[in-house]
Ligand binder design. Structure first.
Ligand code: NAG
Ligand code: NAG
Ligand code: NAG
Ligand code: NAG
Length: 639
């Protein structure tokens, strides 16, 4: 993400244009995307020079996107006759490829705006038109004004337009997103000790938390309230399973460089908790220069990856390989789109990334970074993919999120289960910030700030629970309230999907939250999350030769992934398809009672106690924690 500002600035300051004069477009402009507020820390410093050059990129509207949810439910709703009939990547690419009409309409509009056809290129997947245009041309085309913005803390600059940009009505329906416009490299908070460039999902304060080193390591069921180890999780979720179809089955864990696992820590962990796995490593899929060789270590660098892999690998057991999607190089880093490009070639922009303001480009044009081409496709997605990183919705624009969210639905169409941790700050944003009345993230804000992609209806969002202090492993868990609070709430961008309507309505009508009338969360009927939860407190994790006590939905997601992966194994072993997008199933009446319902605790934030956990689904722990034998039984009944 830092890259884009560098590119833009070079272009804006350095290059003059030979562009033709601007001619006005034909139909009236309508507002296409808006930004309610600049991300925290950014301010305009001056107008961008009129004759400087911008690499304009137009993401074309995909065909059949309005039927996306219908297609997805068709293959993932448990009552659908097509349950499990997942699509091939080719069918996905073909179904959603933008129409020739979209390409022609946008080209004609650009030509009318003085950008002749020879300056415009269509990328190989047919999804993007790009052209180098002057600021003046862009301002005319988009009916906006461009400014140079500067970030107060870091001094980074980037070029973008003010609160909105516009498109002629007849063009707007063929366009999803235009860049560079409103999208900001918003995540500039760099953690100490991390060499990361800015803007990667891992460079925000989104990591598991630790209370420090463990003096005495227990590995006893009677100590699960103080220390979670694999045996505690097996006991909590009744998770004992011997895999049968490990050649067909697959599970992937996503990490963003420079966060990386430390091999000797895996062995230390295995020595204590899964001795047959000493020496075992994840199967490395390096995406765009992804490496674990990051020249340093410590909790900030190894904590997340070590946690995810130690628990995912020990829970699936020795015979099931775990794939590691190590994404982005050590210099430029990566975004969620970098991974999605590698999993689905039809998604990517040919220069790399999908929004050059937010996603890094490869080969790194500044040297020092990964010099290979951006990976477009080529990686077969694992059946279950877990990611323990998240953004705040408010930092991204709706079009950017909608485009990425649709991509998760496409993975669901292909039979992939996509899990994301729901965040560690309860109803607040990362770092505990909340929205103020103007829509800014602020320490004084009191409006809840949902996370992304938690609010995307096509992923499964995983919250955190705890074994209560002093409680037995067989006692009911509560919402996590040690060190972290389970992320949850209501999206400000995505509408509520049909599959969760009755569960969410039940919660809001039977247990209206005390602050229901205070306008602190979105009550317009939007996507509610998380969907499920799993323990997120007191994990024993080996980091740099010692054990640390670790907390976070970061743990809940890979643990859930390991359990769901065992369900896939059982289905694959008898010739059935993987479970794919699970939400329509788990909210259905067929799955009633298969999660351990969490009814105690809440997710504080923004000056409130947060949403209380209640019987049934709640925006703290979702439907509850997995009951493996029950889940397995229900899913074996499905075709
Ligand atoms: C825009 O300019 C850059 C830098 O000169 C060049 O690499 C790129 O190919 C140009 N793009 C198009 C679409 O002409
Ligand atoms: C962990 O492993 C070390 C090395 O084998 C051993 O000394 C220690 O007793 C183990 N601790 C537990 C709780 O298993
Ligand atoms: C509430 O969510 C809906 C999407 O369901 C969105 O359109 C609306 O703008 C949101 N309201 C606010 C105040 O953010
Ligand atoms: C409810 O959760 C709190 C922590 O949030 C815990 O102290 C308390 O014991 C729990 N009560 C029950 C009945 O589980």
């Amino acid at each position: 993400m830092l890259l884009a500002p560098r590119v833009l600035l070079a272009l804006v300051l350095g290059l003059a244009s030979t562009a033709a004069a601007f001619a006005p477009p034909l139909s009236p402009h309508v507002r296409h995307e808006t930004r309610r507020a600049l991300p925290r820390g950014w301010a305009p410093v001056c107008r961008a020079e009129r004759d400087s050059v911008l690499p304009l990129r137009i993401g074309l509207a995909q065909s059949n996107l309005d039927a996306l949810e219908e297609y997805l439910l068709d293959v993932s709703h448990p009552e659908s006759p097509n349950y499990g009939n997942h699509w091939t990547p080719a069918k996905v690419a073909q179904t959603f490829r933008p129409s020739a009409e979209a390409v022609d309409t946008v080209r004609a509009w650009l030509a009318d705006g003085g950008v002749s056809a020879d300056r415009v290129r269509l990328n190989p997947s047919g999804g993007w038109l790009t052209a180098n245009v002057t600021v003046e041309e862009a301002e005319g085309l988009l009916a906006t004004e461009y400014f140079v913005y500067e970030h107060a803390e870091s001094g980074h600059k980037q070029v973008g337009c003010e609160s909105a940009y516009h498109l002629p009505e007849h063009v707007a329906k063929h366009v999803e997103i235009v860049t560079p416009t409103l999208h900001f490299d918003a995540k500039v908070k760099k953690r100490s000790g991390v060499k990361s460039k800015l803007g990667t999902p891992g460079s925000g304060p989104v990591t598991p938390k630790t209370t420090g080193k463990i003096q005495t390591l227990f590995n006893e069921l009677k100590n699960c309230d103080e220390q979670i180890t694999p045996i505690c999780l097996r006991a909590l979720y009744d998770f004992v399973y011997i895999p049968l179809a490990t050649k067909k089955n697959s599970i992937g864990i996503v990490e963003y460089t420079p966060q990386a696992y430390n091999p000797s820590d895996l062995d230390l962990f295995f020595t204590n908790f899964s001795s047959s796995q000493v020496g075992q490593r994840p199967v490395m899929e390096s995406i765009d220069g992804g490496t674990i060789d990051v020249g340093g270590g410590g909790f900030d660098i190894n904590g997340e990856s070590n946690l995810d892999l130690q628990y995912a690998m020990s829970l699936v057991g020795k015979s099931q390989p775990v794939t590691l999607y190590q994404t982005g190089d050590d210099l430029e880093g990566a975004s969620f789109n970098t991974l999605l490009d590698a999993l689905d070639g039809s998604y990517c922009l040919f220069e790399g990334g999908d929004d050059p303001d937010q996603d890094p480009s490869y080969p790194d044009p500044f040297g020092g970074g990964y010099q290979g081409p951006t990976q477009c496709g080529g990686i077969t997605p694992a059946h279950v993919i877990s990611t323990s990183y998240s953004y705040d919705e408010v930092d991204l624009t709706p079009a950017y999120m909608q485009r990425q969210c649709a991509e998760y639905a496409k993975l669901g169409l292909m039979g992939v289960t996509v899990l994301y941790s729901s965040g560690d700050f309860g109803v607040a944003a990362n770092g505990g910030l909340c929205l103020d009345s103007e829509g800014f993230l602020d320490f004084d804000g009191d409006i809840f700030a949902p996370s992304f992609p938690g609010g995307c209806p096509y992923i499964t969002s995983v919250g955190a629970t705890q074994v209560n202090p002093g409680a037995k492993v067989t006692d009911p868990e509560s919402a996590c309230n040690q060190v972290i609070f389970s992320g949850g709430g209501f999206s400000n961008v995505f509408a509520m999907p049909s599959y969760q309507k009755s569960a969410v309505t039940n919660y809001l009508t039977k247990y209206p939250p005390p602050f229901a009338s205070q306008g602190v969360y979105n009550t317009s009927g939007s996507r509610a999350y998380p969907d499920i939860s799993a323990n997120g407190a007191n994990y024993a994790v080996a980091v740099q030769g010692e054990f640390f006590l670790v907390y976070g939905t970061s743990a809940s997601s890979p643990v859930s992934a390991a359990i769901l992966s065992a369900v896939n194994d059982a289905r694959l072993a008898i010739g059935k398809k993987p479970i794919g997008f699970i939400n329509p199933s788990i909210y259905s009446s067929l799955f009633k009672g298969v999660f351990n319902d969490i009814t105690n605790g809440s997710n504080p934030g923004c000056g409130t106690e947060g949403f209380p956990a209640q019987p049934g689904w709640d925006p703290v722990t979702g439907l509850g924690t997995p009951n493996f034998p029950q889940l397995l039984a229900r899913w074996l009944l499905l075709p």
